[in-house]
Design a protein around this ligand. Structure first.
Ligand SMILES: CC(C)(COP(=O)(O)OP(=O)(O)OC[C@H]1O[C@@H](n2cnc3c(N)ncnc32)[C@H](O)[C@@H]1OP(=O)(O)O)[C@@H](O)C(=O)NCCC(=O)NCCS
Length: 286
């Protein structure tokens, strides 16, 4: 089955609704998709120089993953004294040393249908969900989450407790994309289809959603998601968590009432030598 036949078959079985349950051909099609996701042959979003945001979302892939949830039954899994229950269609992936991926013991899991490239390091506890893509040289540090269908580039450092949102729930159309050489600092959250361009740095504690305006001090611009475009953090931007005065109602300073501020991510500069020093990756860890 080539990719366009796979797409057609996934769309057809997804459209069948609950009628696909128990259909061997639907299950076989889903298993082809799952294997293609794990090998990296199929992605939930692919770089596309012709697309306005530089990425093409392959929406059928998400439908294929949802088909897998529909087709799966609850199944018991066990390892030593541990036991788990999950959908039969999304068991935990098994790695062998030849895969070149290091999964350090201690509460980490990579779900079936996720692509993890050679040389990725997974520090416990962390979780990579179905449909995600994690490229070479990336470190997924402790307590980090790579949500469903999220795309993580090469040599990315996902710091401790960084949360990269998924597309399954709440229902979001577009996967989050973190391009090559990005540093996502500790406790960051990147959600709702946000694209973080190559080399950008998110300082610890930065949160980005579709509704979050980002204040670019260097270019004097306010970056926002638009109807057909997600929030995009420019290449090499250094974003830190800041705050801004509330301009309306009782929150406004001049109303002398609440004097509130709202969280506001700020681009304080674009990557320079000092940033490179602050964010240098440790080759020995890889
Ligand atoms: C962003 C970061 C990489 C620093 O980059 P840098 O290029 O060295 O930044 P600089 O120190 O030159 O700071 C540039 C400006 O941003 C401000 N700034 C830097 N980091 C900031 C932060 N985390 N929060 C708020 N402001 C910050 C600085 O005060 C400075 O502003 P000023 O010139 O008005 O004083 C660093 O702060 C950071 O967050 N690193 C990630 C740490 C982390 O999460 N590690 C994970 C371990 S698992």
């Amino acid at each position: 089955m080539n990719l366009s036949q796979l797409q057609t078959a996934i769309e057809r079985h997804f459209a069948e609704g609950p009628g696909a349950i128990g259909d061997d051909s639907a299950m076989a099609t889903f298993l082809v998709l799952r294997a293609a996701l794990e090998s990296g042959e199929v992605r939930a979003a692919s770089p596309d120089a012709g697309a306005p945001c530089g990425w093409r979302v392959n929406a059928w892939v998400k439908r294929g993953i949802l088909l897998g949830f529909r087709l799966g039954v609850l199944m018991e899994f066990s390892a030593a004294n541990l036991s788990f229950v999950d959908k039969s269609t999304f068991p935990v992936r098994h790695f062998v040393s030849g895969d070149g991926v290091r999964v350090v013991p201690g509460g980490s899991a990579v779900r079936s249908g996720a692509y993890v490239a050679r040389s990725v390091v997974c520090m416990p506890p962390m979780y990579i969900n179905a449909g995600a893509w994690v490229d070479e040289g990336t470190m997924v540090d402790s307590h980090a989450l790579v949500g469903s269908c999220a795309q993580i580039g090469k040599r990315v450092h996902l710091s401790a407790a960084a949360q990269i949102g998924g597309v399954l729930e709440p229902v979001n159309a577009n996967p989050v994309i973190i391009e090559d050489d990005v540093l996502v600092g500790g406790n960051c959250g990147v959600y709702e289809g946000t694209i973080v361009r190559k080399g950008a740095v998110l300082a610890a504690g930065t949160i980005l959603t579709r509704g979050t305006p980002v204040f670019d001090l260097v270019n004097g611009a306010i970056l926002r998601a638009e109807e057909e475009m997600p929030l995009i953090i420019p290449e090499n931007a250094v974003v830190v968590p800041g705050s801004r005065a509330v301009s309306k109602g009782k929150g406004h300073e001049s109303s002398q009432e609440w004097g509130l501020s709202l969280y506001a991510p700020v681009i304080v500069k674009y990557r320079d030598d000092k940033t490179d020093l602050s964010t240098a990756l440790e080759d020995l860890l890889r």
